[in-house]
Design a protein around this ligand. Structure first.
Ligand SMILES: [Zn+2]
Length: 61
């Protein structure tokens, strides 16, 4: 789901962690449910095993 829809740079892999402060575990590519592009950069939505959705903001190169 993560790869393919949007052309992503391999250099732009941000280390994301769960937004739930009780969880705070590192998120993996497998948990990336959605990638989309805005005029401000790439957003990635991760769904953690705890059920928290974390959205990261990537820089536009
Ligand atoms: Zn979590």
């Amino acid at each position: 789901m993560c790869a393919g829809a949007v052309s992503t740079s391999m250099l732009d892999q941000l280390a994301a962690t769960c937004e739930n402060e009780r969880c705070n575990r590192p998120l993996t590519e497998e948990e990336c449910m959605l990638v989309y592009q805005t005029e401000y950069g790439q957003r990635r939505a991760y769904e953690c095993h705890c059920g928290t959705v974390t959205v990261t903001v990537g820089r536009r190169e």
